[in-house]
Ligand binder design. Structure first.
Ligand code: L34
Length: 294
């Protein structure tokens, strides 16, 4: 069997059209959603992501401005900028692209963003709210973290039944692994979280009806680690050297796509899977922020 590909670009585009329509209606009422993005340093991947976020805003009719700061920006300078944006009525949502340079305490920075403008859903207040709600339907009013929310939308819009499903999450980061596990749980999946210390990772992964790979290791999940018919969501976006490509690299996921697609029933590609959904759910949160503005 060869898997059906989950087209992240197509599903993202569908949601972006829904968002654009909502933005139009808001503008008719005199409300223009606005997103401020902050990028510190020159990480090439982050530059691409932040640029794509700006472009997506423009296409959806959302106002956006990007703050690009040098790598040697101090924590205080960054906190001051956040304070300014917290008080700027044109800005509904603030996003500080991660990772930040080593000398900046990212927890402190995320805590400084007004919870009402926290479109990443990383502020402890929003994290706490979403960890305590049981039912996914009740979560819709919250700022759900973008990548995990995008993963759930991909599954739901591909007709995957989450209730009672055996879901295995590989990776335990605060941005993806932990929150995606919570969202799967709220959708009634039975959830296992694995990581680098997990004993016999292959055995645990082979139990999965739904496997979420979010470890940041290129092509780590091999065919012998999945069962026939598994649904695979590959969150990894890794650059690997490729002399035949113009840029000298190409993008691969955390899953060995060519191998695993022969056993999976559904699988996301990289690029064109979760990445575009992350950006789309950010637009969703920005509109939400604009609507709930006091
Ligand atoms: N604060 N930091 C904050 N919020 C986030 O939601 C993120 N994330 C992750 C990294 N740091 C963050 C992103 O924006 C990952 N991420 C992200 C966003 C977009 C894409 C991938 C990761 C994306 O557009 N990926 C494209 C390929 C882009 C390319 O050509 O490099 C794709 O099709 O997968």
């Amino acid at each position: 069997m060869s898997a059906k590909i989950i087209d992240g670009n197509a599903i993202a585009e569908q949601i972006r059209q829904e968002v654009a329509k909502e933005v139009e209606e808001l503008k008719a009422k005199g409300i223009t959603p606005g997103l401020a993005t902050i990028l510190v340093g020159e990480d090439p991947a982050s530059q691409v992501y932040v640029r794509n976020k700006g472009k997506a805003c423009e296409k959806a009719g959302i106002y956006s401005n990007q703050h690009t700061l040098p790598a040697n920006t101090t924590e205080d300078e960054l906190l001051k900028l956040i304070e300014t944006l917290n008080n700027d009525p044109k800005i509904s949502g603030i996003l500080v692209q991660l990772p930040l340079p080593e000398h900046i305490d990212s927890i402190k920075v995320l805590n400084a963003i007004s919870p009402a403008k926290d479109v990443d859903g990383f502020h402890p207040l929003n994290v706490g709210n979403f960890f305590t709600i049981k039912d996914f339907a009740d979560m819709k009013g919250l700022f759900l973290p973008c990548t995990p929310h995008g993963v759930i939308e991909l599954l739901v819009r591909s007709g995957v039944n989450l209730s009672g499903a055996e879901a295995v999450v590989v990776g335990r980061s605060n941005i993806v692994g932990k929150p995606v596990a919570m969202l799967l749980l709220a959708n009634n999946a039975t959830v296992t979280i694995c990581h680098s210390r997990t004993k016999d990772l292959g055995e645990v992964c082979r139990r999965a009806d739904i496997l979420i790979a979010a470890i940041g290791k290129p092509q780590f999940i091999k065919a012998n680690m999945v069962k026939d018919g598994v649904v695979v969501i590959d969150v990894g976006v890794n650059r690997i050297q490729d002399a035949t490509s113009e840029k000298g690299f190409r993008l691969v996921g955390d899953v060995d796509f060519e191998q695993v697609k022969e056993k999976a029933s559904l699988i996301t590609p990289v690029p064109g899977g979760v990445g575009p959904m992350t950006i789309t759910m950010l637009l969703v949160n920005t509109v939400k922020a604009a609507k709930t503005r006091r």
